[in-house]
Design a protein around this ligand. Structure first.
Ligand code: KIV
Ligand code: NA
Length: 277
C-alpha cells in the first residue's frame, strides 16, 4: 500500500470515494489502525478522555499531544497522520497558532493539524496555511467549548445555527483548509455544507452525505462498556473479552496453572548438574 498524502485524499474526493478516518493514540493503536488500511489517522484530543482518563478534552496540553503524536507516528506508516491542536494552543494569536502548528509537525511528526475552529479563527488558519502547515477544520459540535455550551447537544437544529455552521465551513475553505470535520449535526446540515464546499467533509454524527467518516478508536471497538453515542457503530465489543482474558491470567496464576511446563525456559543438562553440586 502506498503512503497516503493530501494528493491521495484529493483523488478520493474527486472520484467521490468515501474517505476513511479513525483516531489512534499511541504505537499499538496506530499500528492496528494503519494495518486496517485507513486513509487518515487522527490523534484526536479525545486522547484526554480515551487514554488519559480526563472528564473532557479541555485539559489536554501541547506536551501531551506531542508525546502521543510521536508514539502514534511510529505505528502509523501508510495512513496520513493528523494531530489535533489542543484547547488554548491556537486561539490567542496567529503567531501562537503557527508556532504550535510547527511543533505538531516537527516534534509530533504529524503531516497535518486539525483545529476546532470556525469563521472566527479563519485568519489564524490562513496564516498557518501560508506558513506551510496543512490544516483540517472542525465545525458543528466542538467539544473544547464544553464549558461554554454547558453540555453537549446536537448543533445546527435551528436554521439560523445551521447557517452559522455553513458559514464556518466556507470561511475555513476560503482560509485554505484542505478539508473540514463536521461533528454532531443533522444530516441535512452536513449535506448542505458538503454540497457548498470544494474540499472534503469528514463527518462524525453527521449523516451519509459527507465525503468521509471518522470514528473514535475505542467507540469502534467497544473498549469501554460505558455510554456510546447513537451515531457511533460498534464493530467490536472488546471490553468483555479483554477483561475475561486478563481475569483468566489472574485465576491461573493464583491456582499455579500458569506458568505451565511449556512456558519454562530450558537449561542444558551439564549446567543443570553443575547447579545441583
Ligand atoms: O478528538 C477527536 O477524536 C476528534 C474526532 C472525534 C473528530 O476530534
Ligand atoms: Na478533537
Amino acid at each position: 500500500r502506498k503512503k497516503v498524502t493530501l494528493q491521495t485524499i484529493r483523488r478520493l474526493y474527486d472520484k467521490q470515494t468515501p474517505i476513511t478516518m479513525l483516531t489512534a493514540y499511541d504505537y499499538p493503536t496506530g499500528l492496528l489502525v494503519d494495518r486496517a488500511g485507513v486513509d487518515l489517522c487522527l490523534v484526536g484530543d479525545s486522547l484526554g478522555m480515551v487514554a488519559l482518563g480526563y472528564d473532557s478534552t479541555v485539559a489536554v496540553t501541547m506536551q501531551e499531544m506531542l508525546h502521543h503524536c510521536r508514539a502514534t507516528r511510529r505505528g502509523c506508516r501508510q495512513a496520513m497522520l493528523v494531530g489535533d491542536m489542543p484547547f488554548g494552543s491556537f486561539q490567542a494569536s496567529a503567531e501562537q497558532a503557527i508556532r504550535n502548528g510547527f511543533r505538531m509537525m516537527q516534534e509530533g511528526h504529524v503531516e497535518s493539524v486539525k483545529l476546532e475552529a470556525g469563521e472566527e479563527m479563519a485568519e489564524h488558519v490562513r496564516r498557518m496555511v501560508q506558513a506551510g502547515i496543512p490544516v483540517l477544520g472542525h465545525v458543528g459540535l466542538r467539544p473544547q467549548h464544553l464549558n461554554t455550551y454547558g453540555g453537549f447537544r446536537v448543533q445546527g437544529k435551528k436554521a439560523e445555527q445551521a447557517i452559522g455552521i455553513i458559514k464556518d465551513a466556507l470561511a475555513l475553505q476560503e482560509a485554505g483548509c484542505w478539508g473540514v470535520i463536521i461533528e454532531c449535526v443533522p444530516d441535512e446540515v452536513a449535506a448542505a455544507v458538503t454540497q457548498r464546499l470544494q474540499i472534503p467533509t469528514i463527518g462524525i454524527g453527521a449523516g451519509r452525505e459527507c465525503s468521509g467518516q471518522v470514528l473514535v478508536y475505542s467507540d469502534v471497538l467497544g473498549l469501554f462498556d460505558k455510554f456510546s453515542p447513537r451515531f457511533c457503530k460498534q464493530y467490536g465489543q472488546l471490553a468483555g473479552p479483554i477483561t475475561e482474558a486478563l481475569a483468566q491470567y489472574c485465576d491461573e496464576t493464583r491456582e499455579r496453572r500458569f506458568p505451565a511446563p511449556e512456558h519454562s525456559l530450558p537449561m542444558n543438562e551439564v549446567e543443570r548438574e553443575r547447579l545441583d553440586e
